[in-house]
Design a protein around this ligand. Structure first.
Ligand code: ATP
Ligand code: MG
Length: 631
């Protein structure tokens, strides 16, 4: 048995012994008395009776040995600012923020909603909440007021921390008007709003409610706020899923299990050493930001890079310039970002000294083969696809290179990560699938440490949504299709609600997209099923071209459409061939960069697109509409 295979086997067969060992990676104020309590499935409690604190483990614990080491490197290409904080400086700032929140009456178990741009104060606020035992709920900055109001009403925060503005592509996005409107729309009004004034946009203050963080901070410069020791299962935060498939779910995370899972992942998956520098190019509003910008790198005694900006401004070399300047060792981002870079000059990949960089991690969306190949060859570094969800907080599938560097396969995020008892099941019968048989990716309970403990405020929804969809079995459903090959590698074939049924043949959107993306002219593509009187459904594709003028004339467009159809024909067969291929310059996505296929489908079928509260850019929907109308 390979060393990873035995490591994995032990994590399932001797679950408690395995995790008790991993639990030594963090400090416990009171040791746990029981590794796992699972007498009320599917609710799992990890490290029962243990008391710990995320902020202590991420910050205080490192002060004796790394006070002068970098902890936070903030780079904003939006405002042309950079700031570096050592662990000592980070600790001082977190204490000031914690004291400020405490002065507003924030206590253990209360919620603090964080609606912030990517600035250091956002990270301070998260850690300050952890310090106080308060539950943070970070809402992606720049979300419209309706999104915000829905989350305010669900989380019922005592205090909201916000700022005057964010900035995108060099344009100031004022937050305060959105925030005020969000609070006006919400039923659960916060007692206070604490505001960071970046000097980007004018801000009106509401008398008696709004307070300036600068004022509070100045009153607490020397503050030392003790860590509130939480029982391991007490919530650390609530984070809403991206809303790609429907109404976002409030994912509740525990404290001890999360700390242990992240600390273990840094060793076994991210191959991190204390003193390394991680650059997770994501947003604190998403789970990757929570886990791999904020908590995990700091738990591991690393420096973390927090980046405000896009991957291509001032130019497509900016990320690699940051890697060179700060000697970044691990980069983590989403395939979407790599597809954006792929449209830029490839010379950017070789212009900088990337000798410090060891690994590039990608997650959040399927990593298609051409993109994987382009970035792997361009950087000359291993690219590690990993598959997970907001719900799990850390990878479900991946290659645990810290345990053993087993080879990866293009298009596969790898194998089940230790701790996850991954199953592929037949959606109709609930039976286990064999190799090369497509099924729903599910997880046998208990979920490992760090995964969601419940839906915030709604245990029944947790059980019903996640655990009651596989016939006859209590299994956690990922709502993704997958397949496992003979060597045990998994491939994700798309979401269970993205199935196209052509004359009785069930096709995954993702399979057709993969095929189309292999055409050299195509940068990105979305495939959806559209109602068809004859066949039930047919596949329709929307493609973004690498060179937008490649389909400028009607003749070129027709030729390219034919080419694309031929590729699918050849690779998947005629049933999968898209009935139409439309060319657009961008695809509708969520703010987290995920394709909104159901919106495209609605347009194609002449329906309302419905509630698209997480849509990135309405112009993309217009393009789809125009394309369909143009025929
Ligand atoms: P919602 O659940 O609200 O519809 P969402 O599923 O988009 O939103 P996330 O939790 O951010 O919210 O995304 C997780 C999903 O992203 C996974 O279930 C899967 O569909 C997709 N995904 C993540 N990583 C990968 C990957 N490496 N390969 C393929 N798909 C991935
Ligand atoms: Mg989901």
């Amino acid at each position: 048995m390979s060393s990873y295979a035995s490591f994995y086997a032990r994590s399932i067969a001797s679950r408690e012994a395995f995790w008790a060992e991993q639990a030594r990676l963090i400090d416990w104020e009171t040791p746990f008395s029981k590794v796992l309590e699972y007498d009320n499935p599917p609710f799992a409690k990890w490290f029962v009776g243990g008391r710990t604190n995320l902020c202590h483990n991420a910050v205080d614990r490192h002060l004796p040995s790394r006070a002068t080491q970098n902890a936070l490197i903030w780079v904003s290409t939006e405002t042309d600012q950079e700031r570096v904080y050592t662990y000592a400086e980070l600790s001082a700032e977190v204490n000031r923020m914690a004291a400020s929140l405490a002065s507003l009456g924030v206590k253990r178990g209360e919620r603090v909603l964080i609606y912030m741009p990517m600035i250091p104060e956002a990270l301070f606020a998260m850690l300050a909440c952890a310090r106080l035992g308060a539950i943070h709920s970070v809402v992606f900055g720049g979300f419209a007021s309706v999104n915000l109001a829905a989350r305010i009403d669900d989380a019922r925060p005592k205090v909201i921390v916000s700022a005057d503005a964010g900035s995108r592509n060099g344009k100031v996005v004022p937050y305060k008007p959105l925030l005020d409107e969000g609070i006006a729309l919400a039923k659960a009004k916060p007692a206070n709003v604490m505001l960071v004034d970046r000097g980007l946009a004018p801000m009106a203050r509401v008398e008696g409610r709004d307070v300036d963080y600068a004022v509070l901070r100045a009153q607490h410069m020397e503050a030392e706020v003790p860590c509130e020791w939480l029982e391991s299962s007490e919530p650390s935060y609530v984070l809403y899923t991206s809303g790609t498939t429907g109404k976002p779910k409030g994912v509740q995370r525990d404290t001890g299990g999360y700390a242990v899972a992240l600390a273990a992942s840094m060793q076994h998956i991210f191959c991190a050493q204390p003193g390394d520098t991680m650059f997770a190019a994501s947003d604190i509003g998403w789970v990757v930001g929570h886990s791999y910008i904020v908590y995990a790198p700091l738990l591991a005694g690393m420096a973390t890079v927090m980046y405000e900006g896009t991957p291509i401004r001032p130019d497509g070399g900016i990320w690699w310039r940051i890697v060179e300047k700060y000697r970044v060792t691990q980069v983590f981002t989403a395939p979407t970002a790599i597809r954006v870079l792929k449209k830029q000059d490839p010379a950017y990949l070789t212009q900088y000294d990337l000798s410090s960089l060891r690994l590039l991690f990608l997650a959040g969306e399927p990593l298609d083969e051409p993109t994987a190949r382009w970035i792997t060859e361009g950087l000359g570094k291993p690219v590690v696809d990993n598959y997970w969800q907001t719900e799990t907080g850390w990878p479900i599938l991946g290659i645990a290179r810290g345990v053993e560097v087993v080879p990866s396969k293009l298009g596969s995020p790898g194998m089940p990560v230790y701790g996850y008892d991954v199953k592929l099941v037949n959606e109709a019968t609930g039976e286990d699938c064999g190799p090369n048989e497509k099924g729903v990716l599910a997880i046998e309970g208990p979920l490992p440490p760090g995964c969601m403990s419940t839906v915030w405020g709604d245990d029944a929804r947790f059980v019903k949504t996640y655990w009651e969809t596989v016939p006859g079995r209590l299994l956690y459903s990922s709502f993704d299709w997958g397949v496992r090959d003979d060597d045990g590698y998994y491939f994700i074939l798309g979401r269970t609600d993205d199935v196209i049924n052509v004359a009785g043949h069930r096709l995954g959107s993702r399979e057709i997209e993969e095929s189309i993306a292999s055409h050299p002219a195509v940068a990105e593509v979305a495939v959806i099923g559209v109602q068809d009187a004859l066949k039930g459904q047919v596949a329709v594709a929307f493609a973004v071209l690498r060179q937008s003028d490649a389909a400028a004339t009607p003749e070129a467009r027709l030729a390219l459409e034919g080419d694309v159809m031929k590729i699918v024909d050849r690779q998947l067969g005629a049933v999968a061939r898209p009935a139409r291929v439309f060319f657009v310059s961008m695809l509708p996505k969520t703010r987290s960069g995920k394709l909104l296929r159901r919106a495209i489908q609605a347009i194609c079928e002449g329906r309302e697109t419905g509630d698209l509260i997480t849509l990135e850019d309405p112009a993309a929907l217009e393009q789809v509409r125009d394309a369909v109308r143009g025929g």
